[in-house]
Ligand binder design. Structure first.
Ligand SMILES: O=C(O)CCC(=O)C(=O)O
Ligand SMILES: [Fe+2]
Length: 272
């Protein structure tokens, strides 16, 4: 059945902070993308070692670009994104989009975070805070080529700043992940899962091959990875000219702060 956008997709996107276009990629495109991302995995591991998380942007590497172009131009996707957001929001940006991969050897996870606020050292947090709800900014994409249950979200958290219980859970910056030192693969897998579940209201995203998740990267989220689940998930954004301009400005400001010795501002700093 061809994909059909519904009112629920739009409603969910704004209230939960994410929506999924189920089976929007046709099987022939999944086949071509699986083929090229197998090569991307080899390049990523040569370059970044066995635990590497991604190759990004794929346009910078010696890979057949045609499947990525077909993905960027897929009319059903262009229409669905325009339906939830606007026709000005464009995916498949060649200087950004990449592929997320499973680790070759050991389970691990990222820390819980909101993108930019918690993973760009030096970013003046007032810059993020004032545009947190701007729909022209922060629209991100995970498009799965194999089943993928790696990503966790706190639905609705994109609509607000941190709750007290979240601030108490992660009072420091940078936010720590679980302590994996000296642990076996199975122990690491268990500890990472417990870390995912330690966040109140956390839900695990389940994508099947050809599913496309559009999400606000301002919501609390994280990735949790095991080597036995093959992963090739296109990682992309639905960009606007406003976002390109904002991210350039934000990176410059973060660089200046770092030069001045400011590593990471803490939004939850206790001041009494
Ligand atoms: O692997 C994922 O799906 C999430 C990754 C992520 O949030 C990040 O690297 O910032
Ligand atoms: Fe992230």
């Amino acid at each position: 059945m061809p994909f059909k956008l519904s009112d629920e997709h739009i409603q969910e996107y704004h209230t939960l902070g994410y929506t999924i276009f189920r089976k929007i990629l046709p099987p022939s495109l999944i086949r071509d993308l699986r083929h090229v991302t197998d090569k991307a995995r080899e390049i990523a591991r040569e370059k970044g070692g066995p635990q590497v998380q991604r190759l990004q942007p794929v346009a910078n590497y010696d890979l057949d670009q045609q499947p990525f172009i077909d993905y960027a131009e897929l009319p059903e996707l262009v229409d669905a994104i325009a339906g939830v957001l606007t026709p000005r929001h464009q995916h498949g940006n060649r200087n950004f989009f990449g592929v997320l991969l499973e680790p070759a050897e050991m389970p691990y996870c990222t820390a819980w975070h909101r993108d930019w606020r918690d993973n760009i050292p030096g970013l003046p947090l007032s810059m993020w805070d004032e545009v947190l709800a701007d729909i022209n900014l922060f629209n991100q994409i995970n498009c799965a080529l194999y089943e993928d249950s790696s990503t966790w979200f706190v639905p609705g958290s994109h609509l607000r700043r941190d709750l007290l219980r979240e601030a108490k859970l992660f009072p420091d910056r940078p936010i720590s992940g679980p302590d994996l030192r000296g642990k076996t693969a199975e122990e690491r897998e268990r500890v990472c899962l417990e870390y995912c579940r330690s966040m109140p209201g956390a839900v695990q995203l389940h994508l099947e091959a050809g599913d496309f998740a559009l999400y606000r990267n301002t919501l609390w989220h994280m990735g949790n990875y095991v080597p036995y689940c093959k992963r090739a998930t296109l990682h992309d954004s639905a960009n606007t000219p406003e976002f390109v301009a904002w991210s350039k400005k934000a990176r410059e400001a973060a660089g200046k702060q770092r030069e001045a010795g400011i590593a990471m501002e803490n939004p939850n700093k206790v001041t009494d």
